[in-house]
Design a protein around this ligand. Structure first.
Ligand code: GDP
Ligand code: IMO
Ligand code: MG
Length: 425
């Protein structure tokens, strides 16, 4: 079986966790390839809720090996807490494998994320304050500490000294904060080392070997296409590459290893944090989407901004990720509306944009061009086959497929593992 990438097509929280979990039944390895505990992936199994931040979704299936790849940034304290919480619920976490090349989120990254956001004031990005940006920045400037450094106290201490010297100057002189103590950090992190040691390995050969043996490997994206550092709505993005191409670099596989690329789209659209959002709904409709869709962040608890399905962004994501199929989630939430809007293009300064605009000024100021579709005004959470969906709901999905140019293979109608409809064709 081939490699399968599962990516968000919008601004995150599309339901990637639910869909990864659904497909994990037939998967041998689930690999996280980027991001960190800024992610929040919710899975609901027989009424039990699991909110995973760092641990790949495959942890819930005993036959599945969950892997945290080299492209992820890891807060070891959060990872240990997550593993403990899963163990306490009777889940075997011993199978988790953590790449020695993944970078560590350090206490000064958390502090820098917080103070930078505060300094930016009204221009802040609205980050999750989990230290993601500062950790990736250190990786890029080559002063980051990696998971494998935890296993060599001497190297850990030498690298920490170099990094902390500069960070303490910034924290003290630029932000007026107290410097952090190297010894304290060292003791804390080396205690994590003992706990994580059995999980640490070189994950590249593991993943490549599984692919060579014909096993099914799933690359679980966190965040999403429009939050991509290079292709998203910069600067209101995260600091990694969630797009399918990012799976190659972040997991250590080649482009030919990934043959199926599943884009997860909500049937509408949400965004957490700052930044442009052309199809953002008016407050009354947004409130309905928030309440019915329970649109509160899994990681930070923030209320998500809500809007209508954006087909321009959908087409952009389809091309950028070379999607082979779509999974449309949360269709049940739209049952509340007698009329459903879809953003089919943008308008700016008299011009119509069918495709993603070439520069940020246009994207910031453009107006959505909507088409309206009739709603179905009935409960669809019990639908399990295409024929169980009202014709208006089927036609809504067809409209999305036609606008984006990708076939929807599944439609999700509720948070539960079984609340899903497999589409024909
Ligand atoms: P992720 O970050 O992409 O994994 O998505 P999140 O877990 O952050 O947010 C998606 C939310 O929607 C979670 O609370 C899911 O339980 C829930 N969810 C997923 N699919 C559906 C669906 O089809 N209908 C409804 N009502 N909720 C869903
Ligand atoms: P999942 O995997 C939604 C957003 C933050 C902020 C921006 C930068 O659950 O879909 P960061 O902390 O990454 O530096 O914040 O990115 N963001 C997400 N929004 N879902 C996520 O993950 C997100 N991860 C980061 O809100 O706007
Ligand atoms: Mg989420």
């Amino acid at each position: 079986m081939p490699g399968v990438a599962l990516v968000g097509t919008q601004w995150g929280d599309e339901g990637k966790g639910k869909v990864t979990d659904l497909l994990a039944e037939r998967t041998d390895l689930v690999v996280r390839y980027q991001g960190g505990n800024n992610a929040g992936h919710t899975i609901v199994v027989e009424g039990e809720h699991y909110a995973l931040h760092l641990v790949p979704t495959g942890i819930l299936y005993p036959h599945c090996t969950p892997i945290i790849g080299p492209g992820v940034v890891v807060d070891p304290q959060v990872l240990i807490e997550e593993l403990d919480a899963l163990s306490a619920r009777g889940i075997d976490t011993s199978r988790l494998v953590l790449s020695g090349n993944a970078h560590l989120i350090m206490p000064y990254h958390l502090e820098l994320d917080r103070v930078t956001e505060r300094r930016l004031g009204k221009n802040r990005l609205g980050t999750t304050k989990r230290g993601i940006g500062p950790a990736y920045a250190d990786k890029a400037t080559r002063v980051g500490l990696r998971v494998q450094d935890l296993l060599d106290p001497k190297i850990f201490s030498a690298k920490l000294e170099v990094a902390l010297k500069e960070k303490n100057l910034i924290l003290a002189r630029v932000y007026g904060r107290l410097p952090l103590d190297a010894k304290e950090i060292e003791e804390q992190y080396l205690s994590y080392a003992e706990r994580l040691r059995p999980h640490i390995a070189d994950t590249d050969p593991l993943v490549q070997g599984a692919l060579d043996e014909g096993k099914m490997v799933m690359f679980e994206g966190a965040q999403a296409t429009l939050l991509d550092l290079d292709h998203g709505t910069y600067p209101f993005v995260t600091s990694s590459n969630p797009i399918a191409g990012g799976a190659c670099a972040g997991a250590g596989v080649g482009p030919r290893d990934i043959t199926r690329i599943i884009g997860i789209s909500k049937a509408y659209c949400t965004r957490v944090g700052s930044g442009p959002f052309p199809s953002e709904a008016d407050p009354a409709d947004a409130e309905v989407l928030v309440e019915v869709g329970r649109e509160y962040g899994t990681t930070t608890g923030r209320k998500r901004r809500c809007g209508w399905f954006d087909a321009v962004a959908g087409r952009y994501a389809a091309r950028l990720n070379t999607l082979t199929e779509l999974v449309v989630t949360k269709l049940d939430v739209l049952s509340q509306f007698s009329e459903i809007k879809v953003c089919v293009a943008y308008e700016y300064d008299g011009d119509r944009y069918e495709h993603f605009p070439p520069n940020q000024t246009i994207f910031n100021k453009c107006q959505p061009i909507y088409e309206s579709l009739p709603g179905w005004s009935s409960d669809i959470t019990g639908a399990r086959g295409m024929d169980d969906l009202p014709k208006e709901a089927r036609s809504y999905i067809e409209t999305i497929e036609n606008l984006v140019g990708v076939h929807a293979s599944w439609v999700s109608v509720g948070p539960g593992r079984d609340e899903i409809v497999q589409m024909a064709g």
